[in-house]
Design a protein around this ligand. Structure first.
Ligand SMILES: C[S@@+](CC[C@H](N)C(=O)[O-])C[C@H]1O[C@@H](n2cnc3c(N)ncnc32)[C@H](O)[C@@H]1O
Length: 325
């Protein structure tokens, strides 16, 4: 018997062949740059009248190997995803929270729309997917005002740093060591009896590539942060922050100071726009499923309908229901 998912996947493949694919260009792209991209891809780009910055290209055009893609002039993003972001009507200066951000296409578009204003805070529960978002922000040079937290969006309670780099973030009043100095971190985080005390070290500038010494320091920092989590109940991990995100110069304890959702402060200083993209808004899921035409539907059953997976879905749904109630 044919697997029910096989029918959907076949239908999807037919639709895909008949339809165009959509790609977003960096908004700054002028006529000359568009012509250059057309030449590079060997096709004419046709702008979507209802979605600024988006252009349709035929699905057979592979952009990943193109010069334009490698130079960060094109994003691989479909129109439905773009429409979800456009619906937020981002204005300059907004403080935006993206709660299920990875792998980061909408995050990049949000950062693009904010330009050099406001702030962008993003969480995802999956470490490797969030690391991909960080790579995208760095590739497209869009991370300046961003903070990325490995965190559960259902309990995330950190407010935006409204002042950004020039505003109300805790400032360094005196020369203090940056986080990548392990000796200073140890001295400041533990008293002589080894008891943890409030962290007064401050964040230095984000460093993308780490030397062996820095990796060792980061490992020790991670160990201490885990200890902090255990005693202080902190649940997020900061995995990236931009120069103008407000983090540089802040005390660790202040970065992770969470807020009760009932506090007045939240209504005054909370986020202006929140994106919760837990479900896919585009047809990417079907695209993944259609791969099982080649891999075999037995593999699909084994991976998705096994007893362990099914029981984890049941408990997830029960938890979500409780959350809604
Ligand atoms: C549809 S994808 C998001 C796509 C993303 N917005 C983009 O544009 O690239 C859903 C994401 O939600 C994340 N997720 C699921 N449950 C979560 C939770 N409780 N907290 C944070 N992230 C969660 C998953 O790890 C996954 O990366």
């Amino acid at each position: 018997m044919r697997h029910p998912m096989a029918c959907d996947a076949a239908l999807y493949s037919q639709c895909r062949r008949a339809n165009l694919d959509f790609r977003r260009l960096k908004p700054q792209a002028g006529v000359e740059e568009i012509e250059e991209i057309e030449k590079d891809l060997g096709v004419n780009l046709s702008a979507l009248s209802w979605l600024p910055g988006f252009y349709s290209i035929p699905p057979e055009v592979q952009i990943a190997g193109s010069k334009s893609y490698q130079e960060g002039k094109i994003y691989g993003m479909d129109a439905a995803s773009g429409a979800a972001v456009a619906a937020l009507e981002i204005s300059p200066g907004d403080h935006v929270l993206d709660l299920c951000a990875a792998p980061g296409a909408k995050l990049c578009m949000l950062a693009d729309l904010l330009k050099d204003s406001g702030s962008l805070t993003a969480t995802d529960i999956s470490a490797h997917r969030l690391a991909a978002s960080r790579t995208m922000l760095i590739k497209y040079d869009l991370g300046n005002r961003c903070r990325l937290f490995l965190a559960d969006g259902t309990t995330f309670s950190l407010l935006p740093l409204r002042g950004g780099v020039d505003g109300n973030a805790t400032k360094v009043e005196e020369e203090k060591p940056a986080l990548d100095n392990p000796d200073e971190i140890t001295k400041r985080r533990y008293d002589p009896t080894g008891t943890l005390y409030v962290d007064s070290t401050v964040y230095g500038e984000w460093k993308g590539t780490k030397t062996a010494k820095e990796k060792k320091a980061a490992k020790r920092l991670k160990y201490m942060e885990d200890a902090l989590d255990r005693v202080g109940g902190r649940e997020s991990e900061l995995i990236f922050y931009g120069k103008a995100s407000g983090i540089v110069g802040m005390k660790v304890a202040d970065v992770f100071r969470s807020h009760s959702l009932l506090e007045d402060e939240v209504s005054h200083n909370g986020y202006d726009k929140v994106l919760v993209d837990a479900e896919c808004t585009h047809d990417g899921s079907l695209k993944h499923i259609s791969k099982y035409e080649q891999w075999g539907w037995d593999t699909f059953e084994r991976r998705f309908f096994n007893a362990g997976r099914m029981s984890s879905i049941t408990s997830l749904q029960v938890n979500e229901q409780q959350l809604v109630l």
